[in-house]
Design a protein around this ligand. Structure first.
Ligand code: WTA
Length: 653
């Protein structure tokens, strides 16, 4: 690393570290020498990881990067992804192992073994084939978290059709734009879904979305809530009527390693959603390798639970593909974490003896707000590895997670990655890394990440800048569906000369060279010429005992360029946000970070605007901070939040 002027100021310091426990290290899947092994021969390392899978035809070349940024991994190799996730476990004598402990929101549950999953996926594959779905066709899936949704994904993979899962809470307009963009032939949905203790309609929204949609030939409807719904003659079919009577024998065809596996749409801050394309061999290798090492997963021993929805990439890579390729027994939960009570997750962990738990910082902060006494009522001592994903985790939330959920023992893996990366890129390795609250720390063995300044020079220790991935990796996106130019422009143009993938995130190195994520560079604030990360100010606020959650934005300021405006939610029993309390919080930030980061204004609010995947929408808060009409709220999980914020503001200086 060379000493360069940083592109981002490094303000917040955190010095706590937690070395791995010796007993844990002794049994850990990951060993420290993996890093050196991968550095010595990257392609050889990835070839060894690809051996985790069963290939029908072995590859002749590990990586072809001659047509960068379009990578080909395991060139010439052939495999069937669904066979790898299901059949081979049955063939190796584990058909009776539970694949999925499914828990419905209203209290119903189902245990599905690998043998049963194989039958279900085979029948569904036969069913899809019988209505004319074949390799290369696109199937859109908008379903709640029910086993059939996972079966449908695997059935598509089995016959070489691309699935495109659309989050169950998305509007008809959002579904329609995705269906049109990919020209989906079939849409799979359910009659309704359970959410927050109530049955809500689903199929009627799909009908609204698909009005006049030309590409769609069939709509398959899974029965979940049992609500009466109209079926459109000639187009709609009940899933059970199509699938239940099919043969459970289906021969999986081997597809090319680069055969497309799925499209998943991610909505950027601007423009229409991008259909991120992933392919087969490299993606599955990445998902299986990272799941094995980052979560220390032991097949047949652990019970794993990733709380994401299959509508997000986390659900694809760490519920469906990575875990099933690794013969995981996992919990899949349909509902919300406070239905019917705020201890629901801990109750499920206690019941199934969950040992690995992977969730998002937004939920951890919500658990903090609900209070320590809730998890204390349950026996959650089975937990041995805890994961976090989706946003930077504030150090205080990290410490809370470790103490209250991990009994001060379980290693926490803060995993940084994106829909585009396909799998985890930066994370501690449990049993190897001395963890630090709030830092994702280091690129995994086989992955190469750097923090660079505007001129693409790597910043020095203590410096901040742009996070880039400077070498290709097997799970990388292969493009944006139907838009080559946008793919190059979005990810490869910022550092085109160097050929770096720019992820859009800011980050800094600490004195040990560990990586700290600082949020999206679009959110960086510029106060009197200091580039300050929203994440750092938010973490300083959350470290105050009265604050449950915080979101920080830069608002135009006549003297300083931008001024820091903070929105905070106070903890359950904390004092109301009077002037004295607000003043104390401003001083607290000044003490933690420095006077330059002292918020100009702090607004106490009841809720924060979040996307459906739990990310704070700072753009809308900037509108409030700058006294503008609030912009487009359609991607908010709850669009009434902005009214609540605007009407309930109490301000202080
Ligand atoms: C953010 C989710 C800090 C980041 C897997 C990234 C994180 C975006 C972390 C991708 C983390 C995800 N620490 N930030 N551990 N994990 N992010 O595509 O800004 O839904 O660019 O993928 O989430 O979000 P996506």
């Amino acid at each position: 690393m060379t000493e360069q002027s940083p592109a981002l100021d490094n303000l917040l310091t955190e010095s706590r570290t937690f070395p791995p426990n010796e007993n844990f290290s002794a049994q850990a899947n990951a060993k420290a020498d993996l890093y050196a092994e991968a550095d010595a021969d990257r392609e050889g390392f990835w070839a060894a990881q690809a051996e985790r899978l069963s290939w029908d035809t072995k590859w002749s070349q590990v990586l072809d990067w001659t047509n960068a940024p379009f990578a080909k991994w395991f060139v010439g190799g052939k495999l069937n992804v669904a066979y790898n996730c299901v059949d081979r476990h049955v063939e190796s004598g584990h058909g009776d192992q539970i694949a999925i402990h499914w828990v419905g929101e209203p209290g119903d549950s189902r245990d599905i073994t690998y043998a049963e999953l194989k039958d279900e996926v085979s029948k569904a594959a036969n069913g899809l084939a019988s209505i004319g779905v074949g390799a290369g066709d696109r199937v859109a899936i908008q379903c709640p978290m029910i086993p059939e949704a996972i079966v449908a994904m695997l059935a598509c993979a089995r016959i070489g059709a691309l699935h495109s899962v659309v989050f169950g809470g998305f509007s008809p307009t959002a579904l329609r734009s995705r269906v049109d963009d990919q020209e989906a032939k079939v849409v799979i949905t359910s009659d309704g879904q359970y959410r927050r203790g109530k049955a809500a309609p689903m199929k009627v929204n799909v009908d609204e979305a698909l009005e006049g949609a030309e590409s769609v030939e069939k709509v398959l409807v899974i029965r979940r809530t049992g609500d009466e719904i109209p079926l459109i003659e000639g187009r709609d079919l009940w899933w059970h009527e199509l699938v239940d009577g099919q043969s459970a024998e289906h021969t999986p065809e081997a597809f090319d390693s680069e055969h497309p596996l799925f499209i998943l749409y991610t909505s950027g801050t601007t423009g229409k959603p991008k259909g991120i394309l992933h392919t087969s061999g490299g993606y599955l290798t990445q998902a299986a390798y990272t799941h094995h090492n980052v979560f220390d997963h032991k097949a047949g021993e652990d019970v794993y639970w990733c709380t994401a929805d299959i509508g997000w990439i986390t659900g694809h890579s760490y519920i469906v593909y990575g875990p099933l390729a690794n013969r995981t027994t996992q919990v899949v939960y349909e509902g919300t974490p406070n239905t019917p009570h705020e201890g629901r997750h801990w109750e499920i962990i206690q019941k199934y003896k969950v040992s690995i738990y992977y969730t998002a910082p937004t939920l951890i902060r919500t658990f903090m707000k609900w209070g320590n006494e809730i998890p204390q009522k349950y026996d959650i001592s089975s937990l041995r590895v805890l994961g976090s994903v989706g946003e930077p985790i504030n150090p205080e939330a990290w410490i809370w997670y470790r103490e209250n959920i991990g009994a001060g023992q379980a290693p926490i893996v803060d995993t940084w990655w994106q829909t585009e990366t396909g799998g985890i890129m930066i994370s501690p390795l449990p049993g190897v890394t001395s963890t630090k609250p709030g830092s994702a720390q280091r690129a995994l063995p086989g992955i190469s990440a750097k923090i660079v300044d505007d001129q693409a020079n790597e910043v020095g220790k203590g410096g901040g800048g742009y996070l880039v991935l400077d070498k290709p990796w097997p799970g990388m996106l292969r493009g944006i569906w139907g838009d080559e130019a946008r793919f190059k422009e979005t990810y490869w143009s910022r550092f085109a000369e160097q050929g770096y993938y720019f992820a859009g995130d800011g980050a800094k190195y600490d004195a040990d060279g560990d990586i700290w994520l600082l949020g999206r560079v679009d959110d960086v604030m510029n106060v009197s010429g200091h580039r300050i990360s929203t994440t750092e100010v938010e973490s300083a606020l959350v470290s105050h005992p009265t604050v449950a959650e915080a979101a920080v934005v830069g608002a135009t300021d006549p003297t300083t360029g931008q001024g820091i405006v903070a929105f905070v939610i106070l903890r359950g029993n904390a004092v109301d946000g009077g002037d004295a309390a607000v003043q104390e919080l401003r001083n607290h930030v000044a003490k933690e970070i420095g006077p330059i980061a002292k918020p100009r204004q702090i607004l106490v609010v009841q809720e924060l605007p979040k996307t459906r995947s739990g990310k704070i929408m700072r753009r809308l808060l900037r509108d409030v901070a700058e006294n503008r009409a609030v912009g487009d709220v359609t991607t908010l999980a709850d669009s009434s939040v902005m009214d609540l914020i605007s009407s309930g503001l109490k301000s202080g200086k």
